[in-house]
Design a protein around this ligand. Structure first.
Ligand code: HSE
Length: 437
């Protein structure tokens, strides 16, 4: 059968991995796909690199538009990233009737609706397994494997950089800044780590998972995004003493009032499997009504793990290439004309539990003042510990865990607690999820 011709946009880490794995496993891949899948054209600004990786075995150009406009190319693999030229290239490829495989979570989380609409109009596929959690086949699992279920929530460690930093902070008792520098030196964190450490990358990914889980449009602009850069090693230590680990989680949950879509540092019970995902590894926990909880674990980045997802998409597209577009798996798991208009809840309305840490004077009545404020907001306390004041200090750390409450209630309580004469400084607030049923 005629081979599928692939045009690769970008032959950096993931592009190089894709080239290598596709070549190394060509025989097995073709047995699976039903025909050979060949990279016939590569675009990269670094022509020398492209020549070196491909050994000159395919056409090379520094003009990515030459690839998306090439009549011989059946599938375009976009590995450029970002919302800029990548968007133009993807749209152009679709308009030219080519299928697109992309690892670009930012592009899909922000412009997914437009991109999927063009793809539908043109009867072509956009595949994006590599966009979420790298090598873990989580898109496939949520979109196909769990198709019988009503998905209730998803919670994921979907950014390896921040998980590496949090693991190191906990392991070695080091500050965020120290570990970030170390992570940059080791190549775990980018020179400009903003998207990773501020939670934006995780928010792109949970936005995509949310759309797949609940059959809603991608709505990155409505996600609550909070990273780990202000996290104090003290809280990691106290959390551990209380039986919790702190992870940067992407969370999306269906509630009676709407869909929660949020990324923030989260205390989770240390006994949960997902709490023990360390270093740069990723894991996604999905709670669904029929199957219960399922957990997916693996490498969320890197050349060959991400190539594994890209090539799985190439195989899928190759198999479905000749199928009637109506009979393919819909981009967002649900038929495009059956997407739901569920509201994304503002963060103020989200309900979760909280870890609070505050500096208090060590004298009678202080705890009573604080618990009165919480009671007035109808916030129930789960646990309290007060640390001994340090040598010569009059103030002590007070740590509280609350039961579930609404975010706006805890914010109001915190403002009142900070106004008390017996507390000083800001109250540290970290959300807590039990991740049970
Ligand atoms: N920067 C991401 C991470 C990998 O740290 O997990 C690519 O999505």
């Amino acid at each position: 059968m005629k081979p599928m011709n692939v045009g690769l946009l970008g032959i950096g880490t993931v592009g190089g991995g894709t080239y290598t794995v596709l070549k190394r496993n060509a025989e097995e891949i073709s047995r699976r796909a039903g025909r050979p899948i060949n990279i016939t054209m590569v675009a990269d600004r670094n022509l020398d690199l492209a020549k070196q990786v491909t050994g000159g075995a395919c056409r090379i150009t520094d003009d990515a538009f030459a690839v998306v406009n090439d009549p011989e190319v059946d599938i375009v693999v976009e590995l450029i990233g970002g919302y800029g030229v990548a968007k133009e290239l993807v749209l152009k490829a679709l308009q030219n009737g080519k299928h697109v495989v992309t690892a670009n979570k930012a592009l899909l989380a922000v412009h997914g609706t437009e991109i999927f609409t063009v793809a539908q109009q043109k009867g072509v596929m956009v595949a994006f397994e590599a966009a979420v959690a790298g090598g873990i086949p989580i898109i496939k699992a949520v979109r196909e494997g769990l198709a019988a279920n009503r998905i209730e929530w998803i919670a994921g460690i979907i950014n390896g950089t921040t998980n590496f930093i949090l693991s190191e902070m906990r392991d070695k008792g080091l500050s965020f800044d120290t570990v970030l520098k170390e992570a940059q030196r080791l190549g775990y964190a980018e020179a400009d780590p903003t998207f990773d450490i501020e939670g934006v990358d995780a928010a792109h990914k949970i936005t995509i998972l949310s759309a797949l889980a609940f059959g809603i449009p991608v709505q990155f602009d409505k996600a609550h995004v909070e990273g780990i850069s202000r996290l104090d090693a003290t809280d990691i230590k106290y959390a551990e003493q209380l039986g919790y680990r702190i992870k940067l989680l992407g969370i999306t949950k269906r509630t009676a009032e709407g869909v929660e879509l949020r990324v923030h540092p989260t205390l989770i019970p240390a006994k949960r499997l997902i709490a023990n995902v360390e270093g740069a590894m990723n894991a996604v926990l999905v709670q669904a009504d029929a199957v219960g909880a399922t957990l997916y674990y693996g490498k969320g980045a890197g050349a060959e793990p991400t190539a594994s997802a890209v090539i799985a998409d190439l195989v899928d597209v190759t198999r479905m290439h000749t199928a009637d577009p109506q009979n393919r798996v819909p981009h967002l798991a649900f038929q495009p004309n059956r997407l739901a208009d569920l509201k994304i809840l503002p963060m103020d309305e989200v309900q979760t539990s909280y870890y609070l840490r505050m500096r208090v004077q060590d004298k009678p009545g202080v705890l009573a003042d604080i618990t009165r404020i919480l009671a007035d907001e109808q916030i129930s306390i789960d646990a309290v510990i007060q640390k001994e004041p340090g040598e010569g200090e009059e103030q002590a750390d007070l740590i509280m865990l609350t039961h579930q409450t609404r975010e706006k209630r805890i914010n109001s309580a915190i403002a009142k607690i900070e106004n008390l004469n017996v507390t000083s400084g800001k109250v540290t607030r970290i959300r807590l999820e039990e991740l049970g049923k």
